[in-house]
Design a protein around this ligand. Structure first.
Ligand SMILES: NC(=O)c1ccc[n+]([C@@H]2O[C@H](COP(=O)([O-])OP(=O)(O)OC[C@H]3O[C@@H](n4cnc5c(N)ncnc54)[C@H](OP(=O)(O)O)[C@@H]3O)[C@@H](O)[C@H]2O)c1
Length: 335
């Protein structure tokens, strides 16, 4: 993989004042980016299966329809984890892929070992169980969901590497790792390399991950960006600050906390206005801002229409000038 900065698409000509600040729309297809430490290119946009159905039995049909729609629409990268719905997410994904023509063979499946299962025997057992639920003999990526300082990485990493050598894991990755943890993890791999680090990364959540991004760029570790839409805020939800569900507040990091919310909402509204002026879907700014920084977004969706809307947003690439303005607005600049 080339360093992230050099993967950025060439800058486009700045639009004339008053001109529509939008690059021509492309077809809504999902390409790939090179993956330096993996056997095949990495899809540019993925769909996450964390809260798809909130895992209540009555939501299962909607969840399946959403994943099915994603497969039909051309998503290949599916992000899940053993902890999502206590295994239910992996099972539903496996079922849908098995029933969709070409789904299982074309899919790029990422799952994660829980931070509670990082001892070597637990890692192996977790992977075996995940593969059984997914109905596969291997996964494209196996990630440590988050570090656990009670279990040294000198134990976990060799266990992952053994599974990699057996061919059950095509790529080793981590999630929510800082620089020190990445350095420590790398020390305990002999032939394999850490290929990806999955982080919360969006227009509003980025400054605190700056050092780790730098480390990842230098070491050709691809950043998979979770919560790219800030739980829907960057797709135009909750702009009036009302009716924000408790679970969104709980899982959206600090964005929705009372001390920060008014500022974030003001910035989100300005980004929304920018999208309207540029005649692009707001989500296209959120997703392509990530893409322009060399990372790959994993969007969440809880219904088929959101799959369609997010793919349509991906198909519209805002101009560099619009992305730069959004960047400034998210930082609070008056630009
Ligand atoms: N590694 C980790 O620790 C970690 C942590 C968090 C997430 N993840 C992964 O990253 C994935 C994405 O994270 P996320 O769910 O926080 O991402 P997100 O894309 O920021 O938020 C997804 C939520 O935004 C809303 N939404 C999506 N598309 C929309 C649209 N077009 N218009 C309006 N609202 C829209 C939906 O909310 P409603 O469902 O309420 O409608 C959806 O559930 C997860 O599913 C998971 O796979 C990983």
């Amino acid at each position: 993989m080339t360093p992230a900065a050099s993967r950025r698409p060439p800058a486009r000509t700045r639009p004339k004042k008053g001109a529509r600040a939008t690059a021509p729309s492309g077809p809504a297809t999902i390409g790939s980016v090179p993956l330096a430490h993996g056997p095949r290119p990495h899809p540019s946009l993925g769909v996450g299966l964390w809260g798809l159905g909130r895992w209540r039995p009555e939501d299962e049909a909607r969840t399946k329809a959403t994943i099915g729609r994603a497969v039909e629409a051309g998503f290949r990268w599916f992000d899940t984890a053993e902890v999502y719905g206590a295994g239910r997410s992996e099972r539903v994904l496996g079922d849908v892929l098995a029933r969709t023509a070409g789904g299982a063979s074309q899919a790029y499946v990422v799952t994660k070992v829980s931070w509670e299962h990082l001892r070597p025997s637990q890692v192996r057992a977790s992977l075996v169980n995940s593969l059984e639920r997914l109905g596969r003999t291997s996964v494209d990526e196996y990630l440590i969901h988050a570090p656990d300082d009670r279990v040294p990485l000198s134990e976990t990493m060799p266990a992952l590497e053994a599974l990699w050598k057996e061919g059950r894991i095509r790529t080793i990755g981590v999630s929510n790792f800082g620089v020190e943890e990445l350095e420590e993890a790398a020390k305990h791999l002999s032939e394999a390399r850490i290929a990806v680090n999955q982080l919360r990364y969006n227009l509003f959540d980025r400054d605190e991950t700056e050092p780790v991004q730098e480390y990842c760029r230098k070491n050709q570790i691809l950043i998979e960006a979770y919560s790219p839409l800030a739980r829907g805020l960057l797709a135009g939800r909750y702009l009036d600050g009302k009716r924000i569900p408790a679970e969104v507040k709980r899982f959206a990091h600090r964005l929705f906390e009372p001390d920060r919310l008014p500022t974030i909402l003001e910035r989100a509204r300005r980004i929304h206005e920018l999208a309207e002026e540029a005649k692009v879907p707001p989500a296209s700014i959120a997703l392509h801002w990530i893409e322009s920084r060399g990372a790959v977004p994993i969007v969440g969706a809880s219904r088929p229409e959101q799959i369609d809307a997010n793919l349509a947003a991906w198909g519209v690439r805002p101009s560099e000038a619009v992305l730069a303005q959004a960047d400034a607005l998210a930082r609070g600049d008056r630009a």
